[in-house]
Every structure is written in structure tokens, then in C-alpha cells.
Design a protein around this ligand. Structure first.
Ligand code: EPS
Length: 394
């Protein structure tokens, strides 16, 4: 049995999204605001469509928390869809509300519409697209926020920002990390490079004007990780593999890189591997003695965290709903048609950054519980401190 797991339910225009998270210890200080903060970060950005003017995501904690702390019981979270009021008949669970005029039969290239329709034997692609929609990522961000709250108690923190949109790269060379983070948090595109941000915005405007869409890349950084999360001994215990799976499962993500990633394939080994140094641990400055001066590995070696920061990038393809639609074939008539058009976003790379951060937070929390597991936060803290002491005296 997995030590930490979650399931989400909910259609994009259904009544709400729900999540059950199972395996959290008792004693995590948790308030709805801890989750709402990240829900807000996921929602707002330049390039999003009309839906975001309707939604104002807030979580309701239905179960698993009492008097401000988790109980060790399953946590149940619900995020309501404000747009549901406009979709009650179209998304009704009652057979008598079925309306043939509403069927979506023109699958969008790049979307789950066609593959899902074939697999689930559906002539109405709405029965597929409602669940494949990236609306579901709100639930995943809620999960990530809970995991981040838990990990914060151990000095582990998560950051994310936009690296590129539509081929325009942000240049963060020489910018202190703290500045990258604070500027990104205040940018409409989560981009700390103001020049690049301006170009990205006009590229988004251009795409919108042409009825087109854009993708891009986001970087996720995790600071404060101890060495030793994940394992080299089995394929499914390697933390890099698990993080990649988690990120690749985010709607529209087509690639994941850790550290130097694809670039490392072009270099000599001497230009890739991070040399090892040692300084006697002292106070809070360095909890363990071994360290690297470079971080091309991105914080993971052999599927195990090595004590450096985790640095991950993921790439998102352009959104597949185009206002100027591509060629498709009608699911019923089999005639050539233009793909279905419905309200959508032009670009959502900034939200990918926050969703990616959340997906990584879940995997880190899972690996953390595997290593230091206990039923209460106090037990976990004592396992963690015992381990850090052992590393100091290694
Ligand atoms: C999405 C289409 C749009 C996005 C949606 C994902 O929704 P709608 O069809 O209602 O305009 O806004 O994303 C969200 C609702 C969200 O919360 O991120 C899609 O087809 O994937």
C-alpha cells in the first residue's frame, strides 16, 4: 500500500472538484488559507480565458482536520465550480435532461477528445473533455499545498517561475535566486525578466489575435531537502522517475528535465558531474558535511536526493482548443470538419509552474514519509532529527 496517496474527482463544469488525501500524519497545522493561497497563485495570469473571471477558487475542508490540525484520518477537500450554475442542465446527472443538440462531435487535435471517445465508446466528446480538462489541476494544487504545509515544518520550501513562453526565453543569468522568486510572484506571467515578459505578452496577444495558442517551460526549485529521499534499489523507488511521472501527468506537459537535463547529453562527463567537497557541519549552516559547488545533477543522484536543491523544468505544449480550428473528422458523420471551438485559455504556462510545484511537493512528501514515516508529526520529527544527527556524525 502506498504510504501517501490521493484521488481527485470532478468534471470541469460539474458542481465541484473533490480530493481525498490518505496517509497524512496527525498534527499538521492546516487552515483553508494555506491551500487558498496556492489556488490563487494557480489561477491568475496573463493569457487565461474568460473562465478565470468566473472562478475564485477556495477550498472547503470537509474531513480530516479538527481544531486546526490534521487527525491522521483521510483529508477530504472540495473546491466548488462557480461556473456550474451555467452548466446545470448540460452537466445534469439525470437521463431526462439529455439534449442531442449539445453533443460535441468534432474532436480537437491534441486534446483527449478522439482517443478518449474511441476508448470509452462515446460519441459525445464532452464525456471525455470534462474530465481531461486542466480544471482538475486545481485539486492537485490543493494536494500540493497540504504537502507543502507539512514539509515547511522541516525547512523544505518550494518555488516556481516561467522560463519560456512561445520560444521567448527568460534570462535569469546573474539574478539572485531570491529576486527571481520575488519578481516572479509579482509578475503576471511568473517571469522575473521584465524584458522577456514584455515580449511574451505580445506573443500571447499575437496568438490570441490569430485564434492560436502557446506553450512554454517552467522551472521548479525545492530548497532544504535532506540527502536520502528516494532510493537507487528499485525503478519505482527512484525519486527522479517518480517526479517525472507526476509532472508528465499534468495536462499538456510533454517533457521533464532534471538539473542540466537534455543539455548533459551534449557535454563531456567532466563538464557535467558535480565535484564533491566536505566541511565539518557547524550549527544550522550546514547540517551535513558533504556538498557540491555546482548542481548540474539538479539535486538527485542515483534516484536519491543528494542534499542540494532540486531543480526541475517541464515543458507544456500549446493549448489544444484553437479559436481558429484545425482540421478534424466528425465522430458521427465521419465527414471532414473543423474541430470544435469553445471558450479556453491562450496560454497557461504560469499556472503550469504552480501546478508543477504542487506535483513535486506531493512526491517529496511521499518520499519524506517513506523515509521518516510515523503516525504523528512528533514521531516524524524525532525520526528526522535522529537521521540528521547521524549524518552530522557520519
Ligand atoms: C480548459 C478550458 C478552460 C480553462 C480550463 C481548462 O475552461 P472553460 O472551458 O470553462 O473555459 O479555463 O481551466 C480551468 C477551468 C482551470 O481552473 O484551470 C481545458 O479545456 O482544459
Amino acid at each position: 500500500m502506498d504510504i501517501l496517496r490521493f484521488l481527485t474527482a470532478g468534471e470541469s463544469h460539474g458542481k465541484s472538484l473533490s480530493v481525498i488525501i490518505e496517509g497524512l500524519p496527525a498534527g499538521i497545522l492546516l487552515q483553508p488559507e494555506d491551500i487558498d493561497r496556492d489556488l490563487r497563485r494557480r489561477q491568475v495570469s496573463y493569457g487565461r480565458g474568460g473562465r478565470m473571471e468566473i472562478e475564485d477558487d477556495k477550498v472547503e475542508i470537509i474531513a480530516g482536520v479538527r481544531w486546526g490540525k490534521t487527525l491522521g484520518a483521510p483529508l477530504c477537500l472540495v473546491i466548488s465550480n462557480k461556473d456550474w450554475v451555467n452548466w446545470q442542465a448540460k452537466m445534469s446527472i439525470k437521463e431526462e435532461d439529455k439534449d442531442e443538440a449539445l453533443l460535441v462531435t468534432r474532436p480537437r487535435p491534441g486534446h483527449a477528445d478522439l482517443a478518449g471517445a474511441l476508448k470509452y465508446n462515446q460519441k459525445d466528446a464532452r464525456n471525455i473533455l470534462e474530465r481531461s480538462s486542466a480544471r482538475e489541476t486545481a485539486a492537485r494544487v490543493a494536494v500540493g499545498a497540504v504537502c507543502k504545509t507539512f514539509l515547511q515544518a522541516f525547512g523544505i520550501s518550494f518555488y516556481s517561475y516561467t522560463k519560456s513562453i512561445g520560444g521567448i526565453e527568460a534570462d535569469y543569468t546573474g539574478m539572485p535566486f531570491i529576486e527571481i522568486v520575488s519578481r516572479s510572484e509579482n509578475s503576471e506571467l511568473r517571469c522575473a525578466d521584465e524584458e522577456a515578459e514584455k515580449k511574451m505578452k505580445s506573443r500571447i496577444d499575437e496568438a490570441k489575435h490569430k485564434g492560436d495558442t502557446l506553450g512554454g517551460t517552467a522551472e521548479i526549485v525545492v530548497i532544504g531537502l535532506p540527502p536520502g529521499l528516494g532510493s537507487h534499489v528499485h525503478w519505482d523507488r527512484k525519486l527522479d522517475g517518480r517526479i517525472a511521472q507526476s509532472l508528465m501527468s499534468i495536462q499538456a506537459v510533454k517533457g521533464v528535465e532534471i538539473g542540466l537535463g537534455f543539455e548533459s547529453a551534449h557535454r563531456f562527463g567532466s563538464q557535467v558531474h558535480d565535484e564533491i567537497f566536505y566541511e565539518t557541519p557547524s550549527g544550522d549552516k550546514r547540517l551535513w558535511g558533504f556538498f557540491h559547488k555546482s548542481n548540474n545533477a539538479g539535486g538527485i543522484e542515483g534516484g536519491i536526493t543528494n542534499g542540494e536543491s532540486l531543480v526541475i523544468r517541464c515543458a507544456m505544449k500549446p493549448i489544444s482548443t484553437l479559436m481558429k480550428p484545425l482540421k478534424s473528422v466528425d465522430l458521427v458523420s465521419k465527414e471532414p470538419v473543423e474541430a470544435a471551438v469553445e471558450r479556453s485559455d491562450v496560454c497557461r504556462v504560469p499556472s503550469l509552474a504552480v501546478i508543477g510545484e504542487s506535483a513535486v511537493a506531493f512526491e517529496i512528501a511521499r518520499a519524506f514519509l517513506e523515509k521518516f514515516g510515523g503516525d504523528s508529526i512528533e514521531d516524524i520529527r524525532s525520526h528526522y532529527h535522529h537521521y540528521v544527527e547521524r549524518l552530522k556524525n557520519f
